[in-house]
Design a binder for this molecule. Structure first.
Ligand code: M6R
Length: 615
């Protein structure tokens, strides 16, 4: 995690760095810092515990001049959040400043060696070892910064995206990447931007270079971008055009990004399906399926790897692929899969799902699957991220940048994409009747309008939310396609309101969790009209019989459940397999309004970061 930003050119660096940090704050907000070199070649470093706004207040009336600088927002791994442990870290002589995103696994060994040689450390982070090592190598071998970085990186084990300033070369930033993301933006006058993702760069240039693992870039103002590796072999920069509008990166009048992203979902799902679903010709076309048809339709098995919300989307994907395509599916936590020595066959298709495309465990699972010879397919949101670059093919969900730490539109985008993929494969495998395929395409295409109706529950949910703020524990129940929705609803509540919540398959409740039920325990049941409707009613009865308070999500017009539940939220009807898309909306809104009632910072929940680039 952690967000890093850099700039070198002729503009004031500080303002670019601060606005960049604000865009990257979703990656961590334990501490923040900046380093700039002014015209007198002084290296000014300011850092503080807390958020970017705290840094801005701290920098007030300080010298923030200079046209070169680097900045960092931290999600603490090694060392408590404090200004001492905040980045940039400065070298012993005060000549170099460095920012780092990642983890240096062998930092203790390196640190001990440096301490033996007289180097003094100021922080307890793993990151500081990098700047001290680089300076030590520079001084003892009389090397320039790039040469010292190359030597140092040969000794370093771990993940890093780093950027370094050298007070004696106030026109140059040296940066490098290994397993942590780094993007360089190319300005018009050979000025350069640098960031963990393209969002801080998009307002200045649409030309970017995504660094690959092992790349080291030298950003020298006025000079062409130089890229090499640790062995000084030249690497060819691949310039990409990005297409991110500023509106997508702003709150657009909403108090929080999360609420904006919840309300964006109808439009996002239209974008996700645009050019892919054609209702008139009754077809879904995904270029990845066209290009790799044989591999995909002949899959012996699908293994889905993902984390968190993306894993929940994977559970829905499993039901879609199994019922529509009749392909067996396993859904794995990437973090478990990667260390489990799993059986992977060459004719398995491994689908990696990730919003950010940078989740360290998912990337490691992809690497393992690729090495085992499986065909690896990515379902990702962030354009140009590591996962789409490290999979053989895949589909972007195209829901636009998701900034809120609690994932909302990415989840529905993932489920929509998996629905299209399953339908596409089902059509190719002829595993469902043509009439069913047509009905499903039509229904999927109509989901955005139904989401607009589901969003009308916002007022009702806002009014209900205060009732639940007292709760210490909540239970979410669902069955079939709605079981992962229950898991996702519980995760949303936990993440942003800090209320303990559990998602459970409704019928499993009687095998344990039923013991928890009393009048203090809110129970949210997804009870839309489907094959298991009557069974879910029985589960509601079981909760009621123990004094539990039930809030039920029901299909509009439902009269039966309104007699049983304390509160009902009515949702538009749809096919059972698409119900998760609709039922997720009120649960996202519920988590949001409960967190707001409790006065929580919805977009920056404690201890979390949006992009989990450490394992
Ligand atoms: O970027 P990814 O989809 O790979 O991220 C996976 C999880 O870290 C993520 O879904 C996390 O669980 C969200 N904060 C949930 O809201």
């Amino acid at each position: 995690m952690c967000g890093i930003v850099g700039y070198v050119g002729k503009k004031n660096a500080y303002s670019i760095l601060i606005s960049g940090l604000k865009r990257l704050e979703y990656r961590g907000y334990d501490s923040a810092g900046v380093a700039m070199i002014n015209v007198q070649s002084e290296l000014n470093i300011y850092k503080t515990k807390g958020k970017v706004d705290d840094l801005v207040a701290f920098c007030d009336e300080k010298d923030t001049t200079g046209t070169i600088g680097i900045a960092h927002t931290r999600w603490a791994t090694h060392g408590e959040p404090s200004s001492k442990n905040a980045h940039p870290h400065v070298s012993a002589s005060g000549r170099l400043a460095l920012i780092h995103n990642g983890i240096i696994e062998n930092y203790i060994t390196l640190k001990e060696k440096l301490i033996d040689r007289g180097v003094q450390f100021r922080s307890v982070t793993d990151s500081e070892v990098l700047v001290q090592l680089i300076e030590y190598i520079m001084q003892s071998n009389e090397l320039d910064l790039l040469e010292a970085v190359q030597v140092a990186l040969h000794q370093v084990i771990g993940a890093y995206a780093i950027a370094i300033l050298d007070r004696e070369h106030p026109d140059t930033i040296v940066c490098a990447r290994q397993s942590s993301p780094l993007v360089v933006g190319l300005g018009k006058d050979h000025d350069y931007y640098l960031a963990s993702d393209a969002s801080p760069i998009a307002e200045y240039t649409d030309k970017v270079v995504y660094l690959n693992d092992g790349d080291i870039a030298v950003l020298q103002y006025g000079k062409t971008l130089k890229m090499v590796n640790k062995d000084n072999e030249t690497q060819q920069p691949k310039v990409k055009q990005i297409d991110v509008s500023l509106g997508q990166l702003e709150k657009g009048g909403y108090p929080y990004f999360m609420l904006k992203e919840i309300f964006e979902q109808p439009e996002c799902l239209r974008d996700c399906m645009r050019g892919r679903i054609n209702v008139e010709s009754n077809r879904i076309s995904l270029s990845a399926v066209i290009d790799y048809r044989e591999k995909l339709i002949n899959a012996r098995r699908i293994i889905i790897v993902a984390c968190g919300t993306s894993w929940h989307a994977g559970l829905i994907g499993k039901q879609l692929f199994e019922s529509l395509c009749r392909i067996p599916v396993e859904v794995e936590y990437a973090s478990e899969f990667r260390y489990r020595n799993p059986v992977i066959f060459p004719d398995d298709v491994v689908i990696a799902i990730s919003q950010s495309g940078e989740t360290a465990d998912t990337l490691a699972a992809i690497e393992l699957a690729s090495k085992s010879g499986a065909f690896v397919f990515g379902v990702c949101n962030a354009i140009g991220a590591s996962i789409p670059r490290q999979t053989q093919t895949g589909v972007y969900i195209h829901v636009g940048p998701e900034i809120g730490v609690a994932s909302t539109k990415a989840f529905t985008g993932q489920v929509t994409t998996l629905s299209m993929l399953a339908l596409c494969l089902a059509q190719e495998r002829k595993s469902i009747p043509a009439a069913m395929y047509q009905e499903m395409i039509k229904e999927l295409a109509s989901i955005p309008e139904k989401l607009e109706l589901a969003l009308r529950t916002n007022k009702q949910i806002e009014q209900l939310a205060p009732i639940f703020t007292y709760a210490k524990n909540c239970l979410y129940l669902g069955r079939g396609y709605n079981y992962p929705v229950a898991l996702e609803g519980a995760l949303k509540l936990k993440e942003i309101s800090y209320i303990h919540a559990e998602g459970y398959p409704a019928a499993e409740m009687k095998h344990g969790p039923i013991a928890l039920i009393d009048s203090e325990m809110p129970v949210f049941v997804i009870a839309t009209r489907d094959r298991l409707y009557d069974k879910v009613i029985s589960n509601i009865q079981e909760v009621r019989a123990r004094g539990g308070r039930v809030t039920a999500l029901v299909t509009e017009g439902d009269e039966q459940i309104s007699k049983l539940a304390d509160y009902v939220i009515e949702l538009p009807d749809t096919l059972e397999c698409f119900q998760p898309l609709i039922a997720s909306i009120p649960l996202q809104l519920l988590a949001y309004h409960i967190a707001v009632c409790k006065g929580k910072d919805v977009d920056r929940p404690r201890n979390l970061a949006k992009s989990v680039t450490v394992e």
